[in-house]
Design a protein around this ligand. Structure first.
Ligand code: NAI
Length: 340
């Protein structure tokens, strides 16, 4: 019989609550035994909804690691904490699932590789959940099978609904920028599907509706064009001003065919015919679009720990996506082509 894994969850915000729900009822052989958050209301939520005792709700990450006897942590804390929290947990021999991005600046990533090399049974997975979404998995399968030939262009859009902009603007000063915050998912998808590394990056942006972004050298919409070592190209766009909802769209144009994912960003086939014409409802947020992928990635994390297998989305993959996102940001700020 499999042993129960004792899990500690860090962060109970927008995404942390989703991970909590999944870990506390939807996966076998895990026990969510502790949470860590700075917010007292979130601690009360953990007591009432997760059935944790107040003593299992920590404000201090290190104290939780010291006291809760954990096998693994799931990190859904703000991005600026990810690298240090990952490093600390791994160095104590605790498995880590870390939300994206792994880091917000060029960190001593070699230290993480060193820990993992000397502890071959430790699992460190990073939250690129699109790799666990059935539609993206099907696209990957078709590409590997050669169905669309050689990849000419990867085109990825990540657009957040404008209805959320005021929540986002509160966090703008602490944001790590649109490429690390949002487009890093598309960067990881491009890396995964093209299966190579870029050699050049050029980014640009503009603030069409919210000039607040300009103070940080950013825009409310950003784009980047990359050329990969194998000649494939990638065009990526991330924006915060979609009027219609949460819109994740991907197109992969190949020499023998094209794959499109999410060009109509709607959860169902239902169409509404009314005074505005004929329309479909749009996804509202990341939970609406990717709930199954969030479940699948945590199931895979737990399975990898139990079966002593390397994650399909680990530190190497996260490092590459982080580095590219940092270079895309540098190109934006310096207004120049970056060679990698
Ligand atoms: P949030 O702001 O809603 O929640 C942050 C949580 O972290 C709060 O519970 C807060 O109390 C806690 N926290 C803050 N400082 C802490 C510290 N020093 N130690 C422990 N806990 C601390 O943030 P949200 O939107 O849930 O994002 C969290 C992370 O998840 C971010 O890194 C973000 O990039 C990532 N994310 C990933 C998504 C995806 O599509 N995979 C979607 C949304 C967020």
């Amino acid at each position: 019989m499999m042993t129960m894994l004792r899990i500690g969850l860090v962060g109970l915000g927008r995404l942390g609550k989703i991970h909590a729900e999944i870990l506390s009822g939807q996966i076998s052989n895990v026990d969510l035994v502790a949470v860590c958050t700075l917010d007292d209301k979130e601690k009360s939520w953990a007591v009432s909804k997760l059935g944790l005792s107040a003593t299992c709700c920590f404000s201090d990450f290190e104290k939780m690691l010291d006291e809760a006897k954990l096998d693994a942590v799931v990190l859904a804390s703000p991005s600026s904490y990810h690298f240090n929290q990952t490093y600390l947990a791994l160095s104590l021999g605790i498995h880590v699932f870390c939300e994206k991005p792994l880091a917000v600046k060029e960190e001593k990533i070699q230290n993480l590789f060193d820990i993992l090399n000397t502890n071959s049974g430790l699992v460190c997975q990073v939250g690129f959940m699109r790799r666990f979404d059935p539609v993206y998995m099907k696209a990957k399968e078709k590409i590997v099978n050669g169905d669309i030939g050689e990849i000419i262009l990867f085109r990825g859009y990540s657009l957040d609904p404008i209805s959320e902009i005021h929540n986002f603007l509160k966090f703008l000063p602490s944001s790590s920028g649109q490429f690390l915050d949002m487009a890093v998912h598309d960067i990881d998808m491009a890396n995964w599907l093209i299966d190579a590394f870029p050699k050049t990056i050029y980014s640009c942006c503009n603030s069409f509706s919210f000039r607040e972004f300009e103070e940080f050298g950013e825009g409310d919409n950003v784009t980047s064009l990359m050329q990969y070592e194998n000649g494939s190209m990638a065009f990526i766009m991330a924006g915060r001003t979609a009027q219609h909802g949460y819109h994740i769209e991907t197109e992969i144009i190949g020499t023998k065919g094209t794959i499109r994912i999410g060009s109509v960003p709607s959860p169902h086939q239902l169409e509404i015919l009314d005074g505005s014409g004929v329309r479909r409802e749009c996804y509202t947020d990341f939970a609406d679009r990717f709930y199954l992928a969030f479940q699948n990635e945590l199931v895979a994390f737990i399975k990898n720990i139990h079966e002593d297998e390397a994650p399909k989305c680990g530190i190497h993959e996260a490092y590459k996506a982080t580095l590219i996102a940092l270079k895309a940001t540098e190109s934006l700020k310096e207004k120049t082509l970056i060679k990698l």
